[in-house]
Design a protein around this ligand. Structure first.
Ligand code: ACO
Length: 324
């Protein structure tokens, strides 16, 4: 069988760190409230003029370097974002031009905070079908641009950043216990929950970009259930058990959601990669940012089994089980 093997990763955070205390100077909030409810201590905000594509390009270059690949080797670029540079063309084409990979397929994918999981799922399908051999998969966001600074229940929770991985199709034995690469993908959506987490603008409705709206408590409730279910789904599909998992790399929205998910799945917290304290919620960028950090600092090593998962607006949610 063919498997999509991860051969490189990279990430980029904007330079500007914004602490909770800094936010509390202009927003009616406190460091203590934000930490207690979300686990967030600080976030990064893109500089004026710095766009989603700038972050994506830097993350993509780092991933290509670590894979030791030439831009000409790429067959496919999938970029997950809910905050593209423009309505069109796809931000992925900006990354493609900057890398010098003209000619390969490049498109954006929109599944908000599950975007990177959906993008991996999509790239994996192309690779296993033989329609592409090498894919660059990116999650990149500038959520600071769609926050309502009058709404303290949401504006303190998000940040900007980008992460990327390079996948290559390789032949494998077909044994989930030993194969390297992506072992299973599970992605879901339920459009009935649109109003619980959405942006109240867009080209076809208001002709404005709009701002993020969230009913936090309701999202929280669904998130824990969905995040635990997609891990179970991955284990059932592959015949593996939670004791086989070396790392859980979840979407970084809220420390309490992550801890509750780990508990439900039966994983100790020392097997969970957690960046929410420093990155806040970077939507589609949060999983590849966390993954790249843990690969670079040596926690996630070749041979390790990791489950990546996300949940976001739509609702959308999903998991990817991968052996590094
Ligand atoms: N500072 C101080 N007080 C605040 C703030 C703030 N920043 N925001 C809200 N409050 C107040 C509220 O006004 C409310 O006050 P009241 O009781 O006097 O009315 C009180 O705090 C409690 O508000 P709740 O919204 O009920 O607080 P909750 O405990 O639910 O925590 C939070 C809010 C952090 C948003 C939580 O619900 C959450 O994390 N939900 C999930 C959100 C999430 O994960 N979204 C992302 C997933 S999908 C994606 O990533 C896009």
């Amino acid at each position: 069988v063919k498997r999509s093997v991860l051969i490189g990763s990279g990430s980029r955070l904007p330079d500007r760190i914004v602490t909770n205390d800094e936010l509390a100077r202009t927003v009616d909030t406190t460091d203590a409230w934000i930490r207690e409810r979300s686990g967030i201590g600080e976030r990064r905000f893109a500089a004026e003029g710095e766009s989603t594509s700038d972050l994506a390009i830097a993350a993509a270059r780092a991933a290509m370097d670590s894979a030791g690949l030439d831009p000409a080797d790429l067959d496919l670029i999938v970029l997950a974002t809910a905050t593209p540079d423009h309505t069109f063309p796809a931000t992925a084409t900006k990354v493609q031009a900057a890398l010098g990979a003209a000619g390969c397929m490049a498109f954006d994918l929109q599944a908000v905070c599950s975007g990177f999981i959906f993008a991996l799922t999509t790239a994996d399908s192309y690779l296993r079908a033989g329609q592409a051999r090498t894919a660059l998969v990116i999650g990149a966001e500038t959520f600071s641009r769609i926050l309502d600074w009058q709404d303290r229940g949401t504006c303190v929770l998000f940040g900007d950043g980008a992460g990327a991985v390079v996948l290559r199709a390789e032949d494998a034995a077909g044994d989930p216990r030993s194969d390297r690469g992506i072992l299973s993908c599970h992605a879901h959506a339920d459009g009935r929950h649109h109003d619980l987490l959405h942006v109240d603008g867009g080209p076809s409705t208001t002709q404005t970009t709009g701002l993020l709206r969230m009913q936090g408590r309701e999202v929280f409730r669904h998130a824990v259930v969905n995040m635990a279910e997609v891990v179970d789904e991955a284990l059932t599909a592959t015949g593996l058990s939670s004791t086989d998992i070396d790392w859980l790399v979840p979407h970084q929205a809220n420390q309490r959601i992550i801890e509750a998910t780990a508990r439900k799945v039966g994983l100790p917290l020392d097997k969970v990669v957690m960046t929410v304290e420093r990155h806040a919620n970077t939507s589609a960028a949060s999983v590849p940012l966390a993954l790249d950090e843990a690969i670079r600092d040596g926690r996630i090593r070749p041979g390790h089994l990791a489950v990546l998962e996300g949940m976001g607006g739509g609702f959308t949610w999903g998991s990817v089980l991968i052996r590094l």
